[in-house]
Design a protein around this ligand. Structure first.
Ligand SMILES: Cc1cc2nc3c(=O)[nH]c(=O)nc-3n(C[C@H](O)[C@H](O)[C@H](O)COP(=O)(O)OP(=O)(O)OC[C@H]3O[C@@H](n4cnc5c(N)ncnc54)[C@H](O)[C@@H]3O)c2cc1C
Length: 288
C-alpha cells in the first residue's frame, strides 16, 4: 500500500499550475484533497511521476455570490460547503448532499473540485451539479473556458478536462426562493458510496410542478441528468400515476454494473425508489 515514487510541486497560482502540467503532459497530475487520488496511488491504479498540489493557491478557495449565481472555488472543502451560510440560504441541496459524503475526516480535506473533476460515477457531486445546471470554469493552455456540468462527463474517469487543465471554480444559478429540494442516497453503511442516489430540485405553482430537474448517482458509467423524467412531471400535481411514469423514464436511462453494491436490476430499481422519495421530500419543502 505504498505509492510509486513521485516529485511533489506546490504552485501558488493557477498560471503556475497550468505551466507545470503543460510541461509534464501525461506524467503530471493535480492533487486536491487527495482522498480519491492517494488511495488510487497506493493501490498502484495511478502512478503520476509529478504531483502538482493545488493547496497553496489562494484564488481557488471560497464561496461567493455573483448576481444570481453562487461561485465556489475548486479547493473549497466539503466541510466548508456544509457550513456555509450562503449555501444554506441559497442552495441547501448542496449542504444536504455534502453531509452524505463519507465522514467528517474525509469532508475536512476532500474538495468540491476534486469530487466533481474525478469522473467517478460513485461521487455524489456530479449528479447534483447536473441537477443544479452548474457550469465548470476551467483554465488550461488556451486560457479560460466554461463547460456545463451536463456536458462534462464522458465515461468512468473520462471528462471534458484535457491535459494541462485546472478546474478553478463551479458556478451555480441559485434556484428560485421557495424551491423544493432533496438528495436521497441508498448506501450499505454510513460513509459508503451510493448504491443509487437521486437529486431533485423543483418549484410548485398553484399545486402543480412548475419546473423540475433530476440527477442520478452511480447507476451508469457517469452521473445522469434525467431530463425526460423531469419533463413528465412538469404540469402535474405529482400524483402517483405521473410519478410512476417519471420513475420508469428515469430507470430506463440507467445502466449500472452488477458489483458489491448489488445486481444491476436491483440498483436500477433502487434509483427509482430514491427518486420517488426525493420527489416527495422536495414537494414537502416547496413553499411557492
Ligand atoms: C473512506 C472514503 C469514503 C468516501 N466516500 C465518498 C462518498 O460517499 N461520496 C463521494 O462523493 N465521495 C466519497 N469519497 C471521495 C471523497 O469525496 C474525495 O475527497 C473526492 O472524491 C475527491 O476530492 P479530493 O479533493 O480528495 O480530490 P483528489 O483525490 O485530490 O483528486 C481526485 C481527482 O481529481 C483531479 N482533480 C482534483 N482537483 C482538480 C481540479 N481543481 N482540476 C482538475 N482536476 C482536479 C485529481 O487530479 C484526481 O484525478 C470518499 C473517500 C474516502 C477516502
Amino acid at each position: 500500500m505504498i505509492p510509486g515514487a513521485f516529485d511533489y510541486h506546490r504552485p501558488t497560482s493557477v498560471t503556475e499550475a497550468v505551466g507545470l502540467l503543460t510541461q509534464w503532459g501525461d506524467d503530471g497530475r493535480l492533487l486536491a484533497g487527495g482522498h480519491s487520488l492517494i488511495p488510487m496511488m497506493k493501490l498502484r491504479l495511478a502512478a503520476p511521476a509529478q504531483l502538482v498540489d493545488l493547496a497553496g493557491i489562494a484564488e481557488l478557495k471560497g464561496i461567493r455570490s455573483d448576481g444570481g449565481d453562487v461561485v465556489i472555488g475548486a479547493m473549497t472543502t466539503q466541510h466548508e460547503l456544509a457550513h456555509s451560510q450562503l449555501l444554506g440560504d441559497k442552495i441547501p441541496l448542496l449542504r444536504e448532499t455534502t453531509m452524505q459524503i463519507a465522514d467528517p475526516q474525509v469532508r475536512y480535506v476532500g474538495t468540491i473540485g476534486g469530487n466533481a473533476a474525478n469522473g467517478d460515477p460513485g461521487n455524489d457531486m456530479p449528479a447534483v451539479m447536473m441537477c443544479l445546471n452548474a457550469t465548470y470554469q476551467i483554465v488550461g493552455k488556451g486560457g479560460e473556458r466554461r463547460v456545463p456540468a451536463r456536458e462534462f462527463y464522458r465515461g468512468t474517469y473520462a471528462t471534458a478536462l484535457q491535459s494541462g487543465d485546472v478546474l478553478t471554480a463551479i458556478r451555480l444559478p441559485a434556484p428560485p426562493a421557495g424551491h423544493g429540494y432533496a438528495y436521497e442516497k441508498l448506501k450499505r453503511k454510513i460513509g459508503d458510496y451510493a448504491t443509487a442516489a437521486a437529486a431533485v430540485v423543483l418549484t410548485m405553482s398553484g399545486g402543480k410542478v412548475a419546473s423540475c430537474s433530476i440527477g442520478l448517482t452511480n447507476v451508469a458509467d457517469t452521473a445522469l441528468w434525467a431530463e425526460e423524467a423531469a419533463k413528465i412531471l412538469v404540469g402535474s400535481s405529482l400524483d402517483a400515476a405521473t410519478v410512476k411514469r417519471a420513475v420508469a423514464a428515469a430507470e430506463a436511462i440507467t445502466a449500472p454494473a452488477s458489483d458489491a453494491h448489488g445486481p444491476a436490476h436491483y440498483r436500477t430499481k433502487m434509483a427509482g425508489v430514491m427518486l420517488t422519495r426525493a420527489l416527495a421530500r422536495a414537494q414537502s419543502r416547496a413553499t411557492a
